[in-house]
Design a protein. Structure first.
Ligand code: GLU
Length: 316
């Protein structure tokens, strides 16, 4: 039997910090504990936001922590043909349509006094409006994106960490973009096509993507790519203000610690203590120490706060 397959899927739109490193670490510990195959997929599709050198630096950071993965690395920027084929399939079955709405058009429609749908979902302006992308471009004079139709039929994400969660995509965002108007595949489609192509059947990631799982299940069904993967959406790391970890909370980039001479064992010790794997205070830990003691049930269901004491434990 083929082993369970998971993937680490960093986006090189910024540097790896303690928050995203924590999610990758837990994904990795789960995989090693259970004997899963680990793939590396670089999500470098978002052209304007992808930063030069970020890919290399992220891979270096993860390897520095001791994480390893199967070769070859998958780069989304090299998989345009597969995404295009899936788009064509969705067009052929009548599930996708061209859209020329600008962000402003969508905001205006949603805030109209008699807008029927006050959920902030895409109002469906371009649904059934054009026969083809060519017609959409000619009539609007704008670049064309593609959206997929959603229905009000509830989609249950049987999440193994958060529990089952039900989404009505017609209210949660509505028809969503699967190809952007710059001609690149959008995140939701690329993830589904890649996960299916690589046989990924265990997805572990931040719980900010829980609603994306519902969109991805919807796309999987339309594309007929087999059963959905098992999902674990994990709590995010926040700063003391409760907001998702970011620059405003100080420099928590792994690369910055590395350059300052902090050892990977201290980072692992801190992440392990923050995740209930080893008792506080945070000291040093090796990946093997964490593997020995790892228990996903010890991870708090609430977001994990990175405190000043935590970061102080990493000062030289
Ligand atoms: N690239 C995404 C991120 O870094 C993860 C996408 C996924 O796991 O599906 O947040």
């Amino acid at each position: 039997m083929r082993p369970t397959t998971t993937r680490l899927a960093p986006s090189p739109t910024g540097a790896l910090h303690l928050g995203n490193a924590r999610t990758f670490l837990i994904n990795y510990l789960m995989a090693r504990r259970e004997g899963w195959r680990v793939l590396m997929r670089v999500e470098d599709l978002d052209g304007p936001r992808v930063k030069a050198h970020a890919t290399e630096e992220m891979l270096t950071d993860l390897a520095w922590l001791g994480l390893c993965w199967d070769e070859p690395i998958i780069y989304q920027s090299q998989r345009a043909d597969d995404y295009r084929r899936s788009l064509e399939h969705l067009i052929d079955i009548g599930a996708a349509y061209p859209c020329t709405c600008s962000r402003k058009d969508i905001e205006t429609a949603a805030s109209a006094p008699h807008a029927e749908d006050a959920t902030g979902a895409y109002p469906g302006t371009c649904r059934g409006r054009y026969e083809s992308a060519e017609q959409a471009a000619a009539e609007s004079g704008r670049p064309v994106a593609w959206r997929v139709r959603v229905t009000a039929e509830p989609i249950v994400v049987a999440d193994r960490f958060c529990g089952p969660t039900t989404f009505d995509l017609s209210r949660a965002g509505g028809d969503f973009v699967i190809f952007k108007n710059d001609g690149a595949a959008a995140y939701q489609l690329a993830v589904v096509v890649d996960d299916a192509a690589a046989g990924v059947d265990a997805v572990v990631r931040g719980n900010d993507l829980l609603d994306s799982a519902a969109r991805q299940i919807h796309l999987r069904r339309l594309l007929g790519v087999g059963p959905e993967p098992a999902y674990w959406h994990l709590p995010l790391v926040t700063g003391p203000d409760g907001r998702r970890l970011a620059k405003r909370h100080g420099d928590t980039r792994l690369a910055a610690y590395r350059q300052r001479g902090v050892t990977p064992q201290r980072i692992l010790g801190l992440l392990g203590a923050m995740s209930g794997i080893i008792p506080p205070p945070a000291g040093e830990a090796s990946l093997d120490d964490l593997l020995d003691r790892f228990d996903l049930a010890a991870l708090s269901a609430n977001s994990t706060v990175l405190t000043a004491d935590h970061t102080a434990s990493l000062s030289p």
